[in-house]
Design a binder for this molecule. Sequence first.
Ligand SMILES: Nc1ncnc2c1ncn2[C@@H]1O[C@H](COP(=O)(O)OP(=O)(O)O)[C@@H](O)[C@H]1O
Ligand SMILES: [Mg+2]
Length: 201
Amino acid sequence: MKRIGHGWQVAVYEYGTHYVYKKPHTSYFFVCMTILKDFPPLILQPLKLHRWRRIVQQRQLASLRVIANYIHLSKYLAHPVIESSGAYYQSRAIPVYRYVENLSKEKFEELVDDYARLTYYLYEQGFIDKSFNFLKNFGILDGEVVLTDLGELFFGEQEIREQLEKRPWAHIKFILALSKEQRRYLVKVMDETFLSEKNNT
Ligand SMILES: Nc1ncnc2c1ncn2[C@@H]1O[C@H](COP(=O)(O)OP(=O)(O)O)[C@@H](O)[C@H]1O
Ligand SMILES: [Mg+2]
């Protein structure tokens, strides 16, 4: 199978034309190198690196175990079929970072509006993507934005509240590839979506 992507948790393989197979990493070394690529200073903190590696892998299994009960939301999650090992099949989507290349201002803003609606709907259903990593953890499937990374979900009420207070969607490391104007629009819409709700309760 041809590998078409990877993150900290899984390697993503082509599975026919329309599906992907996502397999948790088994190589300790590979995961450490992947984390180090994003956070080079961790090379000086091997114990912390080791801890991070363990936490992200455990979170993958825990997230998938819970999300397996959300079959009714399948179309928003690219139709996952989950194995007990923590590997899963999914419909193949166009990653957002690729989709946004050369998108007009109007189309980009429509996409962000859809993304805000999707993430808020999933929040109402009881979970969030921990990092709100719009570019890498979401994709476009049949013209709709969907959540493709099911390995870093938060389900606990307090955990979610604390995470929303941090406004992860505004963290520069997740949106660096966007233009200043695009970043400004994304952050404005997400703040309005998630923070005004919080102020009203
Ligand atoms: N369903 C999918 N279709 C197409 N590409 C995908 C799909 N899921 C993930 N990818 C690609 O693989 C990368 C890593 O997948 P992701 O689920 O975010 O893994 P991790 O949990 O390791 O971060 C994504 O950034 C994306 O480029
Ligand atoms: Mg990811």
